[in-house]
Design a protein around this ligand. Structure first.
Ligand code: BGC
Length: 716
């Protein structure tokens, strides 16, 4: 902060009463009715509120939410500015998770695009739309590493890989912030949920986690470190405990790790009710103790609990919380309000937004994240003169395509798969059935009348997101039954899966000739899927999350420590299970194209490098030739993995360290070079110290985590 702002904050702190200071730490919901407005006005006059959430319940991602009432926001802000004790503006926050009115794919799908620039662009457009209705602050990016597809919230984050998490964190934060949050169309970001929430045991929401320090530093923290380095000004604390220590009451996690270790300087907001939740978690017996624990842990803003406004003043009187603690917390909140320029520019001017480019970007991102998982005998792309039986429960669906955590997107503006197919090939080429499940005779008749069967399968957004976990990730039986019937028709059968999470593909993909994993891909999901089916777009998505064979394999992730003899990479008799093949159904990084890529001639510019040289910034260049040997122009994501052969601690058999997504013309060969330096070749010890150790490091480059081309680098 510059000294002018420092002085302004000091002056404010001198003038403010204890009650008014505590008010800055209190977030409430925005009023909707006149009666609520009057009650809020009273609170604002007393200085009891510092921020507002634009949501009507704690599970905004599930319930239909009212649209933002910008006129009301401006009215309330006017009260804060003109009738509040010191003219301190409110900051308005909302869960803007994967788009606003234009909805982009759910974040787990976005990660599969492996296209940071496109992701950044999508979030830039998102910020432009969201700020146009008065939202200053987004509760995003959600960057919880997660290995359990049963967990409903897996769809909100980047998946199982810390490096993908870092890339997503940076792209999203940079997109929202646009280099300067003071701009009217930039948003303050809030990486969440700090920390470990994605590790909820059994995929149950709001549940316990066991995370060793080694895992914390190597897997869970990197994305947050990246978001903070990219300039995030706020962080949200999580509901879970780690090893019995509830994070939202933990000074260790919220101050020692977040501030002292990661260098975070902004303010922390609790998750909705997470401070009061400490009592339910059994570490306090009263709400007053919750408030004491929360503020001492380092949570500045209490989201919708009223716990700070009810108890902090007394705790200060009793000497249990110091004025210094309170002042520091208020200072951090005010700093962000100044940084967002809210004192100068508190009101929303409601600019008109032209969404043409935003929708184009939604189509492009949806196309790039869809993953072609199977394409036997090159059944895809389809030619447009075929008669297509178009069946399945998601044929006419609109809302599910938008995914969970879609507060502003409109189902009625979203083309269904049927509508997009009509647009692509015309009604005359489509044969549909009247029953939604496709199980009755007219669906069977449709299959026999057609040249090819396209099934729209998947899951509702209602079984994904917050509080929406599943015990079993299998496709529901009635959908499997439909696939079987289609298979028995003897026609080629293509499954298009509109899902949030990976589902168990064993016994499903085997029955299909082609599998396009279309995810819950937002406003343009259906159109993008059609573009791929008919070859207008060549698929290029690669899954950023493992597809386990069945629920019993969970958790299954590619970067587990030394799993080369058992499971994922195992290729011998010591398999994990007697009743199942050990390998994943589709591995991390996997995805097909209509064209084919050949990898050859992997090299490095040195075989040996010293730790000192690495520390001094020297890098090793690793290169490979990639050729498009197929018949289509297409994009490939070239992935570089390492394996530290012998570490002081066991290292993963493969760790993604970098990737490049590039377009290749037919017949084109490109020499792709990656650089590996100090930051790529080491790892974190359980005490958080980063080390690069001497020894051999295998470097792999290829199309997925089973990359075969390899060189060995010796670190001395
Ligand atoms: C969720 C958060 C969200 C908050 C506000 C909570 O229930 O866990 O992710 O940001 O509500 O809507």
């Amino acid at each position: 902060m510059n000294s002018k702002v420092d002085n302004q904050i000091n002056e404010l702190l001198q003038k403010m009463s204890i009650r008014e200071k505590i008010g800055q730490l209190n977030m409430t919901v925005t009023p909707k009715t006149e009666a609520e407005f009057e009650r809020t006005r009273e609170k604002l006059r007393n200085g009891d509120v510092g921020s507002m959430i634009l949501a009507s319940s704690s599970t905004a991602g599930l319930d239909p939410q009212e649209r933002v009432n910008t006129a009301m926001c401006n009215r309330v802000q006017k009260v804060a500015m003109e009738e509040g004790p010191h003219g301190i503006p409110l900051i308005y926050g909302r869960d803007v998770i994967h788009g606003h009115r234009t909805v982009y794919p759910v974040p787990l799908a976005i990660a599969a695009a492996f296209n940071d620039e496109l992701v950044k662009k999508a979030y830039r457009y998102t910020a432009i739309e969201a700020t146009s209705v008065g939202i200053h602050w987004t509760f995003a990016p959600m960057i919880d590493l997660c290995r359990d597809p049963r967990y409903g919230r897996i769809i909100e984050g980047p998946g199982e890989d810390p490096m993908v998490g870092r890339h997503m964190a940076r792209a999203i934060v940079e997109g929202f912030q646009n280099g300067d949050v003071a701009q009217e169309d930039s948003m303050v970001t809030c990486p969440k949920h700090f920390i470990g929430y994605g590790a909820s045991e059994g995929g149950r929401d709001y549940y316990r986690t066991e995370i060793s320090d080694y895992s914390l530093y190597n897997y869970y923290l990197p994305a947050f470190r990246e978001a903070i380095e990219a300039g995030s000004d706020t962080v949200m604390s999580s509901f879970n405990d780690i090893n019995g220590d509830p994070v939202s009451g933990s000074r260790y996690y919220m101050t020692e790790i977040l501030r002292d270790y990661l260098g975070f300087k902004g303010f922390v907001v609790s998750d909705w009710g997470a401070i009061a939740f400490l009592k339910r978690l059994g570490v306090t017996e009263s709400e007053s103790e919750c408030a004491e624990l929360g503020i001492h842990a380092g949570i500045e803003i209490d989201m919708c609990d009223d716990i700070y406004v009810r108890y902090l003043e007394k705790l200060i009187e009793e000497g249990k919380v110091s004025m210094e603690t309170l002042d520091n917390a208020v200072r951090r909140v005010l700093e962000v309000k100044f940084k967002k320029n809210l004192f100068e520019n508190p009101y929303c001017k409601m600019p008109e937004i032209d969404r043409t480019e935003h929708l184009k970007c939604a189509r492009e991102l949806a196309s790039e994240c869809m993953v072609l998982l199977k394409n036997e005998d090159n059944v895809l792309p389809l030619s447009k003169d075929k008669k297509i039986a178009l069946l399945g429960p998601l044929v006419h669906e609109k809302r599910a395509l938008l995914g969970s955590w879609c507060l502003e997107g409109k189902a009625e503006e979203t083309p269904s798969f049927y509508e997009a197919m009509v647009e692509a090939v015309g009604k005359n080429h489509l044969i549909t059935a009247t029953d939604p499940t496709g199980l009755y005779d007219d669906s069977v008749r449709a299959m026999y009348q057609a040249d090819v069967v396209v099934l729209a399968l998947g899951e509702s957004e209602k079984v994904t997101g917050e509080k929406r976990s599943l015990a079993d990730i299998s496709l529901p039986n009635y959908q499997i039954e439909l696939i079987r019937k289609a298979k028995y028709s003897g026609k080629k059968v293509i499954g298009v899966f509109f899902c949030g999470r990976p589902i168990a593909m064993e016994g499903v993909a085997d029955l299909l000739d082609a599998v396009l994993y279309a995810w819950h891909s937002g406003s343009e999901a259906a159109g993008a899927a059609c573009d791929i089916l008919f070859g207008e777009t060549v698929p290029s998505g690669k899954t950023a999350i493992t597809f386990p064979r069945n629920s019993g394999h969970i958790p299954m992730y590619y970067n587990a420590t030394s799993n080369r003899y058992n499971g994922y990479f195992g290729n011998n008799s010591e398999t994990s299970y007697e009743d199942s093949i050990a390998a994943p159904y589709y591995p991390f990084g996997y995805g097909l194209s209509y064209t084919e890529f050949a990898y050859s001639n992997m090299q490095s510019d040195c075989a040996e490098i010293s730790v000192d040289d690495l520390k001094n910034g020297k890098k090793v260049k690793c290169s490979i030739d990639v050729s498009n040997v197929g018949e289509y122009e297409g994009k490939e994501t070239i992935q570089l993995y390492i394996h530290d052969v012998a570490g002081t601690y066991m290292r993963p058999f493969r760790e993604l360290k970098d990737y490049k997504k590039l377009l290749f013309k037919v017949g084109e060969t490109k020499n792709i070079t990656f650089e590996l330096g100090y930051d790529e070749l080491g790892y974190y010890m359980p005490d958080g110290a980063y080390v690069v150790e001497e020894g051999n490091i295998e470097v792999f480059i290829g199309p997925n985590c089973f990359a075969k081309d390899k060189i060995v680098l010796k670190v001395v």
